[in-house]
Design a protein around this ligand. Structure first.
Ligand SMILES: [Zn+2]
Ligand SMILES: [Zn+2]
Ligand SMILES: [Zn+2]
Length: 661
């Protein structure tokens, strides 16, 4: 198979294209057929009209067609790359400019006016690449429509402007990567706003720095509409995003902006600034006093400790005299950039992320590199920037030992707030371990409660004894401390108490929490919290029927691992049953897997003896039929359980995602 020239960096090969196409529009034609012999897919008729316009030349190798959106043609001899596709009418005109082959279509976002003619491109075997976080709105659009809430509508985001039929996706445009086509390099720059997964493509064309910005900006000082900039009922959440993205595009310094609607325009800085100014005016007029993500700024707690507290989770940069930094947490750019991204994330994706704060740290605090990043705990809002740091800045990730597998194998678990992207761990610490980084000394302890997978990190910075405590507790307005309890995060009766005892023992001067500003530690407040937490423990024993009350606190004492199994049709997949026994006696546990009709699990019954207050696990093999229904790519599995002779029923579950070749 010849490797296709387009999008080398993204692995968009013809092989990938056909394989991916198999899951989409052309499944019936391509199933089992080699790409060379595949018949063209039947073209349904999503396009009824023909635009009247002709191709317009912008510069020697750049053209555009006014269709349902502007379709940009980047030409190299007889080959072309298209940015967005509209009705597909462009295919009838390319011969006029000597183009005989379209090598790929890149979409800036998922709206129908950008891609309603894509079935024509699919039929002509043109690879289609789409923004990573909108992939499901192309290739799984029909599923989106089956599940999109219409009654009781409060999430008013206009994802209703999604295509109605699945579009085969050959590759994704991953944020901050570079798309290479011949000599051209296009930076894939996330510009959420008009849609949350929108990207701009920025690179040199005919000697000019060009930004293909989708619908971020319509014309100098104008947007195409305001309704796309409201996601949640009555909010200006999308305006906050648009202003942030416009400021970032302006920093990139494009000389020409090519919007999806409106005319391409040169020297765009003033026009972008004008639009930012107007949108800021509208934002402030609608909701006086509301903060903008673009205005968030870190501040120095001590000369070497810089805190960003307006970011949704607080992010701390400990900057050494060498300019190297150790980060504790690095999450979303703001509360809005966290909550709205999470709401829009498909079940198979990870939340969106845009880079933030690093420029400020470089400019004002001497940051030269982000050497190490450590998560206070495993929650997405605290570490969704870690993959970006590792990929683009070579940052190493260190963590407490029990987070290693959760971060590296996120599909393994069903806990609150797991980021849907694996993070490779470079170094792990055990309870009580000490280490040195640059001129600083640290000690790490397990700090359960908010989640089992949390550390507390102690160090001395500029003479202050600082504790990074994650989400263990927060100050109330009146100075007292409050904790929180999420049963899905793996909580046992003494979790919180263990954590507060460790923190009290180390007597920090400054507590750096996972949300909000660092505060001076007050021993009396910590003691008060300890009393509250011991009291909480009494309630657990009081109210839960089972005297071993942890059975009533932890929904996952019997669980399947991985929780989200991923396996090919026709394969045997390994699935583990894991058990924690909260009894003071050995537990005899029997479990049988309940699988879909036609699947087979072995052994039929797994038998385990679990030590008192101990853990045990055993393995199943699950055979998935070769001819499994492509219409059921995800199924649920359960374990039917008997413990010490008592039949408990199907108390553990997981899902299996079947992959088709
Ligand atoms: Zn649009
Ligand atoms: Zn948390
Ligand atoms: Zn948090």
């Amino acid at each position: 198979m010849k490797r296709h020239k387009t999008g080398r960096g993204l692995g968009v090969t013809r092989r990938d294209f056909f394989r991916n196409a198999g899951a989409g529009l052309m499944a019936a034609e391509l199933a089992g057929a080699s790409p060379g012999r595949a018949k063209a897919a039947p073209v349904t008729a999503p396009v009824r009209f023909t635009p009247k316009s002709e191709l317009n030349q912008i510069s020697p190798n750049l053209y555009f067609l006014r269709d349902t959106c502007n379709v940009y043609v980047l030409k190299d001899g007889n080959r072309a790359l298209l940015i967005d596709f509209g009705s597909g009418h462009v295919m009838d005109l390319l011969g006029q400019i000597g183009v005989s082959r379209v090598e790929a279509i890149l979409h800036t976002h998922h709206h129908r006016d950008q891609c309603q003619g894509d079935s024509r491109a699919a039929a002509e075997r043109i690879p289609i690449a789409v923004p990573e976080h909108e992939r499901y709105l192309f290739e799984d659009a029909e599923n989106f429509w089956r599940n999109r809430r219409i009654f009781e509508l409060y999430y008013v985001k206009n994802d209703f402007f999604t295509v109605t039929q699945n579009i085969p996706v050959a590759g994704v445009l991953r944020d901050y990567d570079t798309y290479r086509w011949g000599d051209h390099e296009l930076l894939i720059y996330p510009t959420p706003g008009h849609t949350l997964g929108s990207v701009s493509l920025i690179g040199a064309v005919d000697g000019k720095k060009v930004a293909f910005t989708g619908d971020l900006i319509h014309a100098p000082g104008k947007v195409v509409n305001l309704y796309e900039l409201q996601y949640n009922y009555g909010s200006t959440d999308g305006v906050d995003y648009a202003i942030f993205s416009l400021a970032r595009v302006r920093e990139q310094g494009p000389e020409l902006v090519c919007p999806s609607h409106g005319e391409p325009f040169n020297s765009p800085e003033a026009g972008i600034t004008d639009l930012i100014h107007k949108l800021k005016g509208w934002y402030a007029a609608y909701d006086p006093g509301a903060t903008l993500t673009v205005d968030n700024k870190p501040y120095a707690v001590t000369p070497h400790l810089i805190a960003s507290y307006q970011t949704t989770s607080s992010s701390y940069a400990l900057i050494s005299d060498s300019g190297k930094a150790l980060f504790v947490d690095y999450g979303a750019a703001s509360g809005n950039f966290c909550s709205t991204y999470i709401t829009a994330t498909s079940v198979h994706d990870r939340m969106g992320f845009v880079e933030h704060t690093l420029d400020e740290l470089r400019a004002r605090y001497g940051l030269k590199s982000v050497d190490v990043a450590m998560p206070s705990h495993m929650h997405d809002d605290h570490l969704n920037g870690f993959p970006h740091l590792a990929r683009h800045y070579g940052t190493k990730v260190w963590c407490y030992e029990n987070m290693v597998d959760v971060l590296q194998n996120p599909r393994g678990y069903n806990l609150g707030c797991i980021l849907g992207e694996p993070i490779k761990i470079d170094r792990a610490f055990r309870n009580g371990d000490t280490f040195k980084w640059e001129e600083f000394d640290f000690q790490v302890f397990h700090s359960p409660g908010h989640t089992e997978y949390q550390m507390v990190l102690f160090t001395t910075i500029d003479g202050a004894r600082v504790a990074f405590t994650g989400d263990a507790f927060f100050p109330r307005g009146d100075g007292t401390l409050r904790h929180n309890l999420i049963f899905r995060n793996w909580v046992e009766n003494d979790s919180h108490v263990k954590s507060i005892r460790t923190i009290l023992e180390h007597e920090p001067n400054i507590v750096a929490p996972g949300h909000g500003k660092p505060f001076l530690s007050n021993k009396a407040d910590l003691e008060n919290l300890k009393t509250n937490l011991e009291n909480q423990q009494k309630y657990f024993f009081d109210v839960i029927a089972d005297p071993d009350c942890d059975f009533g606190l932890n929904p996952s004492w019997v669980r399947l691992y991985p929780y989200q199994l991923q396996a090919k049709a026709g394969s045997n997949a390994a699935l583990e049953l894991r058990v924690r026994n909260y009894r003071s006696n050995p537990m005899r546990l029997e479990a049988a897997l309940v699988v879909p009709l036609g699947w087979k699990a072995s052994p039929e019954v797994l038998e385990l003896t679990v030590a008192p207050k101990g853990d045990a696990s055993g393995g199943f093999s699950v055979a998935i039929p070769e001819n499994w229904d492509r219409g059921k790519p995800r199924v649920a599995l359960t374990a039917d359980v008997r413990a010490d002779g008592q039949y408990l029923g199907q108390i553990a579950e997981g899902v299996a995602d079947v992959q088709f070749s």
